[in-house]
Design a protein around this ligand. Structure first.
Ligand code: NOJ
Length: 684
């Protein structure tokens, strides 16, 4: 224990709804700390300064150490010591908050936002005596904290050149992580599973941890370290500095500096989900609760949907993005896709390669034109044709990271689509460096993504961002941010020389990348005959169906060619039926990278959907349907791996059957290697 805990005085304050105690601890050597607990009293945060003046915090759950004493502070460009180095506490205050809010769309309709808050006010002991506060929010499912730089005489404009925040995790636990910039800065790496001390390069967040108390895989304390509400700051990556300690490493501007700011100013929230098992990570709403409420008044145009697109055809070389013989995005082909979409209940048709710029073949976004359709793409005709059938054209804006070029045209580009009744755009940023010099995830890029999202909202456009800035819960404030990529998606299975995504990948995504927010993975491959010499879809057909439930997104693509669905109407029925907006989500079993079974209730009916997937290991599960309403009758439509299903040689062997079920039924699920099971439970 760092402090000799002598509670010198206790003051009780009455905050909004209930009494909160300010607990102050002095160690007798100059160290002062304050303590705040979660509403259920299980999680406890202690924050203050050490006798040598360094600011720190620590976290326990059920009195077990989660985060050992870890540094707080930022360094600003100045000749004086950094903020957090030689500080005293001038004040502290507490509050409590409890509300339940409704999501515009989501995995869960109603979200409880219940926390206790502690603000610790620090002052530099010497020099300009600058002030900064650290605000902690302690929830039952984890903690968040952020730096606040109030208006003050000696601090107006300032530049952050380093953030000192540390996460000193107790023990040497297991972690699932990807490098933040080593292979690709958009998160398109395979997750590593290593002990904490083997994190050897800067890692991206969310970074997921299984603490050493886990006796059985998937059970025991799990953490996810991430950030929330990244709005005008640099992204936080994590670097292993010393024994089990990850330090915040902000992504720099091209000049090496990190954040330009002016008081009053706040940083994003640093957050740690603290769950009792792997499944609980998925049902935490910590990130959303650390964001601001919805700012869009009329959200009637924001609609979850399933979509198809002229897209997979390009990735398997059937079509080209450019005009020519194999051009995918022609008027005729788009209308054919729209017919297919209308017939099968899809809300949109994505078309890539509809606009001038693609033909330059230079892959330089400065050539991209977002208001000039290709000559063989009649935008107006296509949009009218689709609308008459209830299908929206989904525009594609590939910027190739030429952000200045995009920002010049963005408003007009959205305007053109809005004029044609379009409500969705997939944007793309295929280039690590924006405008050739700035990281996409530095403050420069963060500002751009936000600007694009706000501009899109003005034109009633929903965004699906590929090569995005990581999600940090902004979807709560601007729910036109539907989904993002930001990880290896299905497209790797079309052209990856490394053989495509291994089966463990989709079993890892829900506990890592998707903790940050919905992912546009684009499931639904039906034709496993991939023309690439090395790339493969390493899953069974039943697994592809289960991904619609397992990999959360309010927009889900059916990625394969319409002709491949038309040839397989029976399994396709699941994609036709599955919904993308949920009332409730329950995780039935989970072990990261191994398997996961999720059940979700449709927001607009009494139907439930189960998705279960496994990695290379075949598995059997017994699933209790006790989430169904007792006394009611249901029919389960089951899409299971066939007896001879084999993801390498026979992925399409599938059993489709219907059985009567109720809340007392226990289902036996049998999953082949890299297999899965998708179930629709319909109330009768
Ligand atoms: C990468 C995106 O992830 C993919 O979906 C898109 O087709 C290409 N870029 C071209 O923009």
């Amino acid at each position: 224990m760092m402090h000799k805990k002598t509670i010198t005085f206790l003051v009780f304050l009455f905050a909004v709804f209930s009494a909160q105690a300010i607990i102050r601890i002095e160690d007798g050597k100059g160290g002062v700390a304050y303590v705040m607990s979660s509403p259920d009293n299980k999680i406890e945060v202690t924050a203050g300064n050490l006798p040598d003046g360094k600011a720190y915090y620590q976290v326990t759950k059920n009195a077990n150490k989660i985060i050992a004493p870890s540094a707080l502070g930022v360094s600003i460009v100045s000749k004086e010591p950094e903020l957090g180095e030689n500080v005293e506490i001038i004040d502290a205050k507490v509050a409590t908050f409890d509300e339940t809010w409704e999501q515009v769309w989501g995995e869960e309709r109603f979200v409880r936002n219940h926390y206790n808050e502690l603000t610790v006010k620090f002052r530099q002991k010497t020099g300009k005596q600058r002030l900064f506060n650290v605000i902690f929010r302690v929830f039952n499912d984890g903690i968040g904290f952020r730096y606040e730089f109030p208006e003050q005489p000696n601090m107006d404009y300032f530049i952050i050149d380093d953030e000192k925040t540390e996460f000193h995790i107790a023990g040497n636990p297991k972690a699932w992580w990807i490098p933040s910039h080593a292979e690709n800065s958009f998160g398109e790496s395979l997750y590593r599973k290593t002990s904490f001390d083997k994190i050897d390069v800067t890692a991206a967040t969310p970074l997921t941890v299984e603490m050493s108390d886990s006796k059985l895989e998937g059970y025991g304390t799990h953490l996810a370290i991430h950030e929330a509400n990244l709005t005008d700051y640099a992204s936080m990556t994590l670097i292993n500095t010393k024994e089990n300690t990850l330090k915040c490493e902000l992504v720099p501007w091209a000049n090496g500096l990190k954040v330009y700011a002016r008081t009053p100013f706040v940083s994003p929230w640093r957050m740690v989900i603290i769950a009792d098992n792997a499944g609980e990570l998925l049902t935490s709403h910590l990130e959303l609760n650390l964001n601001e409420p919805c700012k869009i008044e009329n959200t009637s145009w924001i609609k979850p949907m399933k979509y198809v697109g002229i897209w997979w055809g390009m990735h398997i070389n059937k079509y080209t993005w450019q005009m020519g013989e194999k051009h995918g995005g022609t008027t005729e082909n788009t209308m054919r896709y729209m017919d297919f979409a209308a017939k099968n209940g899809f809300g949109g048709v994505l078309v890539e390669g509809w606009n001038y710029g693609w033909e330059s073949l230079e892959h330089d976004g400065n050539f991209m034109n977002f208001t000039r359709p290709f000559d063989d793409f009649d935008l107006e005709k296509i949009c009218k044709y689709g609308q008459a059938k209830g299908v929206n054209f989904i525009g594609h804006h590939e910027t190739y990271g030429a952000v200045l070029n995009y920002e010049r045209q963005m408003a007009e580009g959205y305007e053109l689509l809005q004029k044609n009744g379009v409500h969705a755009v997939k944007s793309g940023y295929v280039k690590d460096k924006f405008d050739k010099v700035e990281w996409h995830d530095g403050q420069y890029g963060v500002r751009h993504y936000r600007r694009a999202l706000e501009e899109a909202a003005k034109h009633q456009i929903m965004l699906d961002v590929h090569e995005p800035i990581k999600q940090t819960g902004i979807r709560r404030t601007l729910p036109n941010l539907m989904a993002q990529e930001g990880a290896r998606g299905q497209e790797f299975n079309a052209w990856d020389n490394g053989g495509g995504n291994p089966p463990s990948h989709t079993c890892t995504l829900p506990f890592t990348r998707i903790l940050a927010g919905p992912m546009d993975y684009t499931p639904g491959v039906f034709n496993f005959d991939i023309p690439h010499p090395k790339a493969r879809v390493q899953s069974t057909l039943a697994n592809q169906l289960a991904l619609y439930v397992v990999l959360y997104s309010p927009i889900q693509m059916a990625c394969d060619l319409p002709e491949n669905y038309e040839k397989n109407p029976k399994p396709f029925q699941f994609i036709r039926d599955v919904v993308t907006d949920w009332d409730t989500t329950v995780v039935l079993n989970a072990a990261i990278g191994e398997y996961v079974t999720i059940v979700r209730k449709d927001r607009n009916s009494e139907n439930w959907y189960i998705g279960s997937i496994t990695n290379e290991q075949p598995r059997s599960f017994k699933i209790k349907l006790d989430f169904l309403t007792a006394g009611e009758k249901y029919v389960a439509q089951i899409y299971a791996d066939g007896k001879n299903a084999d993801y390498k040689t026979n992925p399409t062997d599938i059993i489709i059957k219907e059985i009567k079920v109720n809340s007392k039924t226990v289902l036996d699920l049998k999953l082949a290697a890299a297999g899965g099971q998708a179930i629709r439970i319909v109330k009768k």
